[in-house]
Design a protein around this ligand. Sequence first.
Ligand code: AMP
Length: 185
Amino acid sequence: MRLLIMGPQGVGKGTQAELLAKHYGIPAISTGDIFRYNLKNNTPLGQEAKGFMNQGLLVPDELTNKIVKDRLAMDDVAKGWILDGYPRNAAQVEALDTMLEELGTPLDAAVALTADRSVLMERMTKRAEIEGRADDTPEAIEKRLDVYEHETAPILDIYRDRSKLVEVDGVGEISDISAAIIARL
Ligand code: AMP
């Protein structure tokens, strides 16, 4: 199973990606987690990504596409994968198309989780308090929701046109949401 999990910040992508990964026995690959790991360990990649992340902006495509390409070349993706938080704009969709064509591994579905902006702001603010993520300032949260609306939401249409889009309501019990996703796949 090869899946994308899409949706705005705070909609529960990470949680659902982990549950789906367990269900299908495949790795969940979060570009945000990869960037955060590099930020924390102050690697060259982390240093390059830092300014963008802290402002809630997308890290440049060239860097992002490369980490995904490298990750999809690893051994543990033979049975499939879930990409959480990638692609996030039209250029990344194109880059992913090329990667998957080269690998000969087509995408099965793009799962999009939906929720109102007010619900998302509330969840993100709570997460910021609990997890203390450096990139969870109120300004960065607002900025990320704007970036999602302008850059990422439009790419859902690309997957809809390809009949790959599976839209699921992201508000509700975690287990109900994952059951709804699995039922649709
Ligand atoms: P996330 O945990 O998915 O919200 O990602 C945290 C931050 O990492 C984002 O605000 C971006 O700065 C960066 N990031 C994660 N995924 C991508 C991506 N596909 N393209 C560009 N930047 C990304």
